[in-house]
Design a protein around this ligand. Structure first.
Ligand SMILES: [Zn+2]
Length: 394
């Protein structure tokens, strides 16, 4: 719950979640991403292999970059919400380093891990610089005629949101379109659904990621780790200091325990919350380790743990047995624009480096999941639209 800031708190006077038009040109757009990935493939001598894994609803390429030949498969995705852009920049830098470095560390990553990254997995939303894509319900029913006559999905936006006018250009929150039954096909009786229920794979973008996940599962037996990169509200503060903004919140828990949730029991055997906690601890340690250089890297909190979102990519893949990590850096483009781009991209990079290092060395298995539970919880949002800010996330 958001609570008002104490009167005169300096941070409160600086922060607002009110949508604004802010420059975003420093971020990597879809065309630039294609150029960058091709360059990385070239300079890495093919160590990084880039393939088009599908097309978005508007026909834009969705690319996957694969590097490493190790037995542990790691899947990374960014920009499922198109106004949450730092993850894409962090992935590009990471791929560049993994593909070209001759350091012992990079060699170990390449020999122990197979990393598949799908940066900017929702390019239609990314080009619009907004949360949702611009697929219409008519386009859905043209593709899935069995849904004609159904009420549109609950995550179909048709009203203004975060400063974007979905009434003129409606679209979907793709990150509610997943279903832990990876072979699921849309059924009319499952609509309109709700946040606590599973999604449908009605968007091309969620189907693309699912298909990559299934391919890796077929090849490796399982996807060891799935990491999804997001932004949250701009005005969350540390729980013990209302003048310090949260740089990033992290999480390994997105769904209720399947063992005790009716209808989800079949996922209980593979679900491993402790493993997700260890992965998050690796990111947390890495960032705390950099806090002496820059205190902002120390302002890491746990994302709320009381959520149950089986229709998210993270919820779906965690139920399918992958260790799962959510990164939520500070502020979407409509609240901060590119103002903190370098610092937030660096935060994501350090966190990813921590996780991938722990995976490549095997150190992840020695980490204590109890440390996860000691990460401070996110403090309140002190922005001028604090109550609405709770909707501006995930
Ligand atoms: Zn998000």
């Amino acid at each position: 719950m958001a609570v008002p800031a104490s009167p005169g708190a300096p941070a409160a006077q600086q922060c607002s979640d009110e949508p604004r038009d802010l420059p975003v040109h420093q971020f990597t757009d879809h065309r630039e991403l294609g150029v960058e990935l091709a360059r990385i493939e070239r300079v890495s001598g093919g160590a990084v292999e880039v393939t088009e894994v599908g097309r978005s609803n508007r026909g834009r390429e969705v690319w996957a970059a694969r590097v490493g030949t190790g037995p542990k498969a790691v899947l990374l995705t960014s920009e499922i919400h198109g106004n949450e852009k730092t993850g894409t920049d962090a992935i590009v830098r990471l791929l560049d380093w993994i593909g070209t470095s001759e350091s012992a560390k990079a060699q170990r990553w390449r020999s122990e891990l197979t990393i598949v990254a799908i940066p900017k997995m929702n390019p239609d939303a990314a080009e619009l610089d907004r949360r949702g894509n611009d697929m219409t319900w008519d386009e859905v029913t043209a593709r899935f005629p069995q849904l004609r006559g159904s009420e549109p999905a609950w995550n179909y936006y048709t009203e203004p949101r975060q400063g974007d006018d979905y009434s003129q250009r409606p679209g979907f929150d793709v990150n509610r379109d997943y279903n832990p039954d990876l072979g699921y096909e849309p059924r009319p009786e499952d609509f309109p659904g709700s946040s606590a229920e599973t999604g449908w794979f009605i968007t091309p973008e969620s189907r693309i990621v699912r298909d990559v996940y299934l391919g890796l599962t077929h090849e490796f037996g399982k996807v060891d780790t799935y990491i999804d990169l997001h932004h949250q509200g701009a005005c969350y503060v540390m729980p013990d200091d209302p003048d310090e903004f949260v740089t990033m919140s992290i999480s390994g828990k997105f769904v209720d325990d399947p063992a005790s949730t009716p209808g989800y029991e079949r996922y209980a055997a593979g679900y491993d919350l402790d493993y997700s906690k260890r992965l998050n601890v690796a990111a947390y340690h890495a960032l705390q380790g950099q806090a002496n250089d820059n205190p902002l890297f120390g302002n890491i909190t746990l994302y709320p743990q009381d959520i149950n979102l089986p229709g998210t990519g993270l919820g779906t893949f965690a139920l399918n047995g992958s260790g799962a990590v959510l990164f939520e850096v500070r502020g979407q483009t409509q609240t901060l624009g590119q103002q903190y781009r370098a610092q937030l991209t660096r935060t994501v990079y350090i966190g990813l480096d921590g996780i991938l290092s722990a995976l490549a060395t095997g150190r992840v298995d020695q980490l204590d999941p109890a440390v996860y539970d000691s990460i401070p919880p996110r403090g309140p949002s002190i922005g001028s639209t604090a109550v609405r800010a709770t909707a501006l996330e995930r």
